[in-house]
Design a protein around this ligand. Structure first.
Ligand code: NAI
Length: 245
């Protein structure tokens, strides 16, 4: 087991990519704190992990809210260290720039980008003190290449990359690594909303001619969190079937 004895916090883990990441980390022996904004989903993922013989707890919290997040992490740190942080929570509010509402911009930037600051700052001191930490931030290839209708989402995901590289530099001498995974188009509730036309266009852009699955993402998260990846920091790794090569 690659992560025996480690404690991991995964945000937005009540479904989709975060759920599969949580199951994979627990499968490698980590105790997983399953966060989601939707309490029953976080609970059910924690139950799923326990039913499979792993260790988990659920924690409801809106990670876009600074105080709520600080309180959540304080409560975790009272009981356990946090060795691994997976900043995964994210939303879309798509529209062409000329039709985008200010609230669409603000919500996406808060949930996708400000949450990174909220969670990472709250665990950073403790990780520095223990001279160990693994932070993996989930961005998107849209943050690298753009996508029509996603100016807010693309800005948030590019922001994650700049944020992560900076924090990677700041924490590098303390045994804390910070890396980014940029998924392509992954089969989850987030991409189910796509129209047939958008889906066809999408397929044409994917060299591998299939959507990815959360199971395509999780093994890389496990690797980046393991001791085997101790000399890798500040990297952006695409998992996208070749779209953004
Ligand atoms: P999803 O919509 O299936 O799951 C997102 C989860 O985050 C949900 O359980 C939701 O309740 C939770 N969440 C949303 N706002 C939250 C908040 N403020 N606080 C706590 N939890 C919150 O989405 P999916 O597809 O699993 O996406 C996960 C991450 O991967 C996101 O950051 C997304 O941007 C990113 N991503 C997804 C891609 C895809 O094609 N599905 C592609 C590239 C990146």
């Amino acid at each position: 087991m690659l992560l025996k004895g480690k404690v991991a916090l995964v945000t937005g883990a009540g479904r989709g990519i975060g759920r599969i990441i949580s199951l994979a980390l627990a499968g490698e022996g980590a105790m997983v704190m399953v966060n989601d904004y939707i309490e029953e989903n976080a609970k059910s993922v924690a139950e799923e992990i326990k039913a499979a013989g792993g260790e988990a707890e659920s924690i409801q919290c809106n990670v876009a809210n600074f105080e709520e997040t600080a309180d959540m992490i304080k409560a975790i740190l009272k009981k356990n260290p946090v060795d691994i942080l997976i900043n995964n929570a994210g939303i879309t509010r798509d529209n062409l720039l000329v039709r985008m509402k200010e609230s669409d911009w603000d919500e996406v930037l808060s949930v996708n980008l400000k949450s990174m600051f909220n969670c990472t700052q709250a665990v950073a001191k403790a990780m520095m003190k223990q001279r160990y930490g693994r932070i993996v931030n989930i961005a998107s290839i849209v943050g690298l290449i753009g996508n029509e209708g996603q100016a807010n989402y693309a800005a948030s995901k590019s922001g994650i990359i700049g944020f992560s590289k900076t924090v990677a530099r700041e924490l590098a001498t303390r045994g804390v690594t910070v890396n980014v995974i940029a998924p392509g188009f992954i089969q989850t509730a987030m991409t189910e909303k796509l129209s047939d036309e958008a889906r066809e266009k999408l397929f044409a852009s994917i060299p591998m001619k299939r959507l990815g699955t959360p199971e395509d993402i999780a093994p890389l998260v496990v690797f980046l969190c393991s001791d085997k990846a101790g000399y890798i920091t500040g990297q952006v790794i695409n998992v996208d079937g070749g779209i953004a090569m």
